[in-house]
Design a protein around this ligand. Structure first.
Ligand code: AHR
Length: 863
């Protein structure tokens, strides 16, 4: 890791400003100062020149800062960036965001390499904000920003700190002094600003680009080059020597799961409801009006003649679910059919609970046949229910499937003519996980339980902070009777019924012995929001933050309060008088760390800590392992002493291999870490295979080693339904009848089932000491106080076998049973072979580590 040290030293020098940097990096024949040209669309770029004639692009058009405003993809635009040097020579940049909004963007930097948080202030003047320019006014030590709009009017505002701005006022056209120049850079005519800078500034920009290039090469390392990289490498020998004298306690919460309603993970997935759009609440806005078939009738059709199916919302069961179906049967014989989520799967002999709210609208009533009809095998179950005459009434029936089938339609067939209203039409397998009513799909829930997660994070991910303020997940709307739960547009482009709501999440956690970790929005929506103003700068108005914070405090009462409390009573009414033992709450999800975020997070954090000091609050440090949000998130976390910070990163195997010391360097006196979202995927295709799983296994050894600072970790996302996947890779894929495990699932399971509470340092002495070899061998040794077991995990990401001897440094194990689990495959494989062997322990056991393998040893020890 020598190079890492040099890079670190370089970054440190950069941080100290120009003088130190200049001294260290300027060669004798280099100029003191040069011209710098800042320009760019969709990213701020630079070029330099000695004479303003010949321009050299720095980093070949590399973007040193990009706009983070708006939705993923095309909304994140940086138009006409305008850069100046202001107070204390700090760089300040403003840019136009689009042609619509009354906002511009600002970001500042001391060296043009590291950039501070972006902000997007709102103004009330003009039709839009076009081509803002900025000037530093030395006399008043303030900044003047002038913009124009579509009608060629000019407006100005000023600020001292880029946090508060004076209201925009009309300005004279002559005040708009745009000093931009048109220059040819790398053969392209471009517009930007000219600056005179010390050579060290250019040097810093170049070095930063080179570091990025270097990191890019590391990230791109993959086993496909192993033949070349390790062409002559023969089988190796190694010795793993334990150093128990330096043992340290580690987190007992390290391995958990991340659950988000993404990829149909909840409705159509873990939530066992088989009827799609059971409450007729699918709305065109769920899919941003892009799918003409996505409406209240989605998944429902009429089979047969003589019946009209319509939707109404007069006198619904509950105002939160206003829509319901009306069947006007003129001639009996037709059925209202629901096709489920890609069909309904049933198993022969298993019972299914049908229920619905029904009322006759014309006082005729009669009966309705309910049946499960297979496209291939005909009617597999049928029952009759009465059509109640007056008010909405819950009707129920039990259906037992006569055969296995995956192509079932639920059919509702009124047997007499008349007008009938229907809502909350539901079909649940009786065999849910743990037999819970309104429960979870047994096979999927069991697959999660088998990981033995120490915690479950829910409901996201981005679902937690939502697409715009109105879409933030509101836990109160996810509890209580199903008809009162307020479904919503899902940020991933479908509908969330909230049938799987906070009560069910808490219950599932209890059922599998995992700690619940709800994540609540920090008063700001997802920075990639496409609605409600674009980006999280549209946080909850400060005047409404009190109510919002009270909702979070109420959540603790709902989970843990006495049954005599308002919210504790609601939990009891739902069937759980005992508390759910909530200990953690996450505030925020990989948010953009702006001033809007800081204000709201701080308010929530302080209020929650005061009201519930017993709750461990988890803050957030942005969506990457570095960069502005990461830095700013950590600044806030450290300033407020937030106990745990949530970090997210999705990377290539090369990144994980080359960043094994990521947490070794973390300050043990600052916040602990929750690595809340991580996954390895092959560059270019977002695919997983055995190589990505080994990279995760390797990285997990480093998390165990750093289990004194990394408190929790969860792979993300957990579930994906085939044909409905918005995000790849995922840990498990499924359809209506099968769960398909990725190779990474087996890694998560082995880590979850073999966690420890004490880390035993060790060193691995390998017969070949090349760095490329060493960094592909990773190991961790933990002990588990409860069982007295020692667990050794070793990852071999090399194309050769490594015959390893364990030196147990005094631990007495002879004669005890050694359980050895080996997973091995070719790097590109999608499946992995597991071999479990029981052996008798010796003083120095020999362990063969096959090429590309993960080996886990478990045995009893006594010292
Ligand atoms: O895990 C999928 C998504 O990745 C999460 O919703 C979000 O937090 C992250 O960007």
């Amino acid at each position: 890791m020598k190079l890492a040290f040099y890079l670190g030293a370089f970054i440190y020098i950069m941080g100290c400003g120009e003088t130190a940097s200049a001294l260290n990096t300027r060669k004798k024949n280099e100029p003191d100062s040069v011209y710098l040209f800042s320009y760019g669309t969709n990213g701020l770029k630079f070029a330099w020149s000695r004479d303003k004639k010949e321009w050299t692009s720095i980093g070949n058009g590399y973007s040193y800062v990009k706009s983070d405003y708006g939705q993923w993809g095309s909304q994140k635009r940086m138009i006409a960036p305008y850069l100046i040097q202001g107070r204390n020579k700090r760089w300040e940049c403003v840019w136009q965001l689009n042609d619509e909004t009354l906002q511009f963007a600002h970001a500042g930097s001391k060296d043009l390499v590291s950039w501070g948080p972006q902000s997007y202030p709102y103004f009330k003047k003009g039709k839009n904000v076009l081509r803002p320019i900025i000037t530093y006014l030395k006399a008043t030590d303030s900044y003047l920003i002038i913009y124009t709009d579509v009608s060629n009017k000019y407006f100005s505002t000023s600020t001292k700190d880029f946090k508060s701005y004076t209201p925009a006022v009309t300005a004279a056209a002559s005040a708009y002094k745009n000093l931009s120049k048109n220059l040819m850079v790398a053969g392209v005519q471009t517009q930007g600003q000219l600056h005179r800078v010390p050579w060290s500034t250019v040097n810093g920009l170049t070095k930063s680009f080179e570091i990025n290039q270097y990191k890019g090469q590391q990230n791109a390392e993959s086993s496909k080059d192993d033949e070349h990289r390790f062409g002559n490498l023969k089988d190796l020998t190694a010795s793993l020597i334990l150093q128990p004298e330096n043992a340290k306690p580690i987190s007992t919460m390290l391995t958990g799961v991340f659950f988000e309603d993404i990829n149909y993970a909840a409705d159509g997935g873990l939530y066992a409801e088989l009827v799609q759009n059971r409450d007729f609440e699918y709305l065109p806005r769920d899919k941003s009006f892009r799918d003409a078939k996505w409406n209240s009738q989605h998944s429902w059709t009429i089979k047969g003649e003589g019946t009209v199916f319509s939707i109404d919302s007069v006198k619904p069961i509950h105002p939160n679910t206003p829509h319901y179906a009306i069947l006007h049967v003129k001639v009996p014989g037709a059925a209202l059919c629901n096709s489920g989520f890609d069909g309904i799967s049933v198993k022969k002999g298993q019972a299914y609970d049908f229920s619905a709210f029904i009322k006759s609208l014309d006082g005729i009533g009669g009966q309705m046949e309910v049946r499960l009809v297979s496209a291939g095998s005909g009617i597999l179950a049928a029952a009759k229910v009465e059509i109640p005459l007056k008010e909405w009434t819950a009707v129920k029936a039990n259906l037992v499937a006569g055969a296995d089938a995956n192509d079932i339609t639920l059919e509702l067939l009124p047997l007499t003519s008349g007008v009938t209203a229907l809502d909350l039409v539901s079909l649940f397998p009786q065999q849910t996980f743990n037999g819970r009513k309104n429960g979870l799909r047994a096979d999927l829930a069991q697959a999660i339980a088998d990981i033995q997660p120490k915690f479950v994070r829910f409901p996201g991910g981005c679902v937690a902070h939502g697409d715009g303020i109105a879409n933030m997940y509101n836990w109160k709307e996810s509890i209580g009777p199903l008809a009162s739960r307020k479904g919503d547009r899902n940020i991933w482009g479908y509908h969330q019924s909230k049938g799987l709501g906070y009560f069910e999440y808490f219950q599932f956690c209890e059922d599998i012995g995992a700690a619940p970790v709800p994540i609540i929005a920090a008063g700001v929506p997802c920075q990639n929001s496409g609605t409600g103003g674009g980006g999280q700068q549209g946080g909850i108005p400060m005047t409404e933050m009190g109510t919002y914070i009270q909702d979070i405090i109420d959540l603790v009462e709902y989970a843990n309060g006495e049954v005599t409390t308002v919210w504790g009573r609601k939990r009891a009414e739902a069937g759980h008088p005992k508390p759910f033992n909530l200990k953690y709450i996450g505030i925020g999800n990989e948010d953009q760390i702006t001033e809007v975020f800081r204000e709201r997070f701080t308010l929530i954090y302080n209020a929650l800590r005061q009201a519930h000091p017993e709750i461990t609050i988890i803050g957030t440090a942005g969506p990457f392992f570095e960069g502005t949000d990461y830095e700013e998130g950590w600044k806030i976390g450290s300033a407020l002493n937030v106990p745990i910070l949530d970090e997210h990163y999705y990377q290539s195997p090369g990144w994980f291999i080359n960043n094994q010391d990521y947490y070794d360097r973390y300050d043990r006196n600052k916040s602990k870490v929750y690595l809340g979202e991580y996954a390895a995927s092959m560059p270019g295709g977002n695919k997983t295979n055995w190589e990505t799983s080994l990279a995760e296994a390797l990285y997990l050894t480093t998390l165990e080693r750093n289990g004194d600072v990394v408190a929790m970790a969860s792979y993300a996302p957990l579930l994906a339904k085939e044909g409905h996947t918005q995000w790849n890779p995922d840990l498990m894929y499924f359809n209506n009848s099968e769960v398909k495990f990725t190779t990474g699932y087996y890694i998560q399971k082995l880590y979850g089932q073999n966690a420890g509470d004490k880390y035993i340092p060790a060193s691995l002495v390998v017969s070949d000491q090349q760095e490329n070899v060493r960094k592909r061998l990773a190991y961790s040794v933990v002990t588990d106080r409860k069982t007295g077991d020692m667990i050794v995990k070793i990852v071999n990401l090399l194309p050769v076998n490594v015959n390893t001897t364990l030196d147990l440094a005094g631990f007495k194990t002879e004669g005890t049973k050694l359980l050895k689990t080996t997973l091995s495959a070719k790097p590109g494989d999608k499946e992995v072979k597991e071999v479990i062997k029981e052996m008798v322990m010796t003083a120095k056991p020999d362990v063969a580590l096959p090429a590309y393998s993960f080996t886990l040893l478990r045995f009893k020890t006594a010292k």
